[in-house]
Design a protein around this ligand. Structure first.
Ligand code: ADP
Length: 445
């Protein structure tokens, strides 16, 4: 097992990784920017090193600085969390060169899945259904040709995309070239790469994703699915497991197909296979995330598996100890992402938290970076907490979630707590009958 792990991240996920390391008795090293000097991950790690100024590009994305910290602290592994360098094949390669284990997949797997057009092709070849679409289309002529094959409406997507950025919906043929132009420049600005591809645009689908774990000995299991259709601007806001619409047989069959495809590409570590499900109930692979996800706790609560601990053990070369038929999914879990944001405009609301009391009680988990007096800085993501409730069934999970939202004290900044209250009261949400357009159309008052 590793002797010491550096956590190359901040916020709640850095704390989450520290928890897993403590449970495994592995000392940790936190890295932090000047803006995060008073953060909890700095406090709870065994050692902490400052890696640069507030700007992420100079700290949490600064590979030389992070590698120097790893060498100074003499760690033998780095956990990247999610975001930042978690899906950087280059970083994973640098770690390999420096003989520090990157706790995640090997660089080639990150590279293949990081290009969404290539990932689609690879998964299609491995037998998974994909949405009709194109390869990379950078020229106008190629785009016009692809439109003929894909049909309307379609969506232009950034090959290097993530976080819902770099996407453009095209409903009429004469919108195509303008949209192509915008998507390409947006993608270049956000990801440093302007490659885009086209996909048929599905009307109000459900976003359903499978959590997988793959060890370095060729074993792959899945831990069921997560329903992530409650989204704002293509970004997830509420996630749950299981999905209210996935039947046991469907989970078993699709899960088996997924594990086979993941094994075929020689994947290793934790990963998420994302699908859209159309209104006829057909599933289509859209992308794979090669890291731990924000929403991993809902899977942990229904499966009892500590996903971050598994990531560390897999990276250390251990075999998965659980076989697929030993995976027991029990009850229902729902997560609300609580962001520091204005309740109407949704713009970030940084500032000092004056009072903070996270809820507890049966079936409730809070993963958060916050404490009373903590200052939410404008430099980073606006998520301050994840509130997760588990119950014997969806009804009980919702009841506990509602109680926990009411007992969540977060003062001094605006937050999405009230929006979550209104969503989970909504009749349509409660019925489980919703798709990714829910938030655009629902009456929430
Ligand atoms: P990102 O990597 O930016 O998160 P994804 O490919 O995972 O992008 O898509 C994010 C969301 O965008 C999906 O959950 C869905 O709401 C919407 N979306 C993506 N592709 C399509 C599509 N072909 N049809 C309809 N909605 C889509």
């Amino acid at each position: 097992m590793f002797k010491k792990i550096l956590v190359a991240n901040r916020g709640e996920i850095a704390l989450r990784v520290i928890c897993a390391c403590k449970d495994l008795n592995i000392p940790t090293v936190a890295v932090y920017s000047e803006a995060d000097r008073h953060s909890l991950h700095v406090r709870f790690a065994d050692e902490a090193l400052c890696i640069g100024p507030a700007a992420s590009s100079e700290s949490y994305l600064n590979i030389p600085s992070i590698i120097s910290a790893a060498e100074v602290a003499n760690v033998d592994a780095i956990h990247p969390g999610y975001g930042y360098l978690a899906e950087s094949d280059h970083f994973s390669e640098v770690c390999e060169t420096c003989e520090i284990k990157f706790i995640g997949p090997p660089p080639q797997a990150i590279r293949m899945m990081g290009d969404k057009a290539r990932a689609r092709q690879a998964m299609h070849d491995a037998g998974l259904p994909i949405i009709p679409g194109s390869g990379i289309v950078n020229e106008e002529e190629d785009a016009l040709q692809a439109l003929k094959e894909v049909g309307l409406p379609l969506i232009i997507k950034a090959a290097a995309g993530g976080g819902g950025r770099g996407m453009r919906i095209v409903r009429e043929e004469d919108q195509l070239l303008d949209a192509l132009d915008t998507a390409r420049s947006e993608s270049k600005a956000a990801f440093g790469n302007s490659d885009v591809y086209l996909e048929r645009y599905l009307d109000n689908p459900r976003h359903i994703e499978f959590q997988i774990l793959a060890d370095s000995h060729g074993n792959v299991i899945h831990l069921g699915e997560r329903e992530c259709s409650i989204q704002r601007r293509h970004q997830k806001l509420i996630e749950e497991s299981p999905s209210p619409v996935v039947k046991d047989k469907e989970r078993r069959e699709l899960g088996e197909q997924i594990c086979k495809a993941v094994a075929e590409i020689g994947y290793e570590n934790a990963g998420t296979m994302e699908f859209l499900r159309d209104q006829k109930g057909r599933f289509y692979f859209i992308e794979m995330n090669t890291r731990v996800q924000v929403e991993h706790p809902v899977t942990e609560m229904v499966s009892g598996v500590d996903i971050v601990k598994e990531q560390i053990e897999i990276a250390a070369g251990k075999k998965l100890t659980t076989k697929q038929d030993q995976v027991k999914l029990s009850g229902h879990a729902i997560e609300c992402r609580i962001n520091a944001e204005h309740p109407r405009t949704f713009s970030p609301s940084p500032g000092r938290i004056t009072a903070y009391h996270p809820p507890g009680g049966p079936g409730v988990r809070v993963d958060s970076l916050a404490y009373a007096d903590y200052v939410v800085t404008p430099h980073y993501d606006s998520m301050v907490a994840k509130l997760i409730a588990h119950g014997a069934n969806r009804e009980e999970a919702l009841q506990r979630l509602s109680r926990a939202l009411d007992m969540f004290v977060l003062e001094g900044i605006d937050s999405s707590i009230d929006l979550h209250r209104r969503i989970i009261r909504n009749v349509q949400f409660r019925s489980g009958e919703f798709g990714t357009s829910f938030l655009q159309t629902a009456d929430l008052d």
